[in-house]
Design a protein around this ligand. Structure first.
Ligand SMILES: [Fe+2]
Length: 147
């Protein structure tokens, strides 16, 4: 897969992740509503910013950014479901975050191979951000009596 295709896949997974987190921000219910509403809000705002950055990196490579919802979602593997319970939302976001990390890692490998240091740097920063989101989501599920 070339760099543009790798970035388009990272964009598709990011857009799917963004929408999932935003939908969960709207639809979460339960006694911890405010905590989850805020966590999912931070997630969708962060990933929405990355969607813009990814599309603009594609333009710097003289390729066109997606022009339709079908196109921006093309190739995305993050799954959608009817509104789940809050903790299931967190589990779905952990799985989606792992998919995003895999897509960004693959794109970073191609960027390095192509000598595109600026794009590689951006992708590595996103990998660091998603490692932190993974920690926060997993910590939400963890039993606080465990070590
Ligand atoms: Fe909101």
């Amino acid at each position: 897969m070339d760099l543009v295709a790798s970035l388009r896949l990272a964009l598709a997974e990011s857009f799917a992740f963004y929408f999932k987190a935003h939908s969960f921000h709207w639809n979460v219910r339960g006694p911890l509503f405010q905590q989850f509403h805020d966590l999912f809000g931070g997630l969708y705002e962060d990933v929405h910013g990355a969607v813009d950055d990814l599309a603009e990196r594609i333009r710097t490579l003289d390729a066109l950014a997606p022009a339709s919802l079908e196109e921006i979602m093309s190739g995305a593997t993050i799954l959608f479901s009817p509104v789940p319970p809050a903790m299931e939302m967190v589990m779905q976001l952990i799985a989606a975050n792992d998919i995003l990390i895999a897509a960004f890692t693959a794109a970073n490998d191609v960027a390095i191979a192509d000598g595109q240091d600026g794009i590689a740097n951006f992708l590595q920063e996103r990998l660091d951000v998603h490692a932190k989101w993974g920690w926060k989501l997993k910590a939400t599920l963890a039993d606080d009596t465990a070590v």
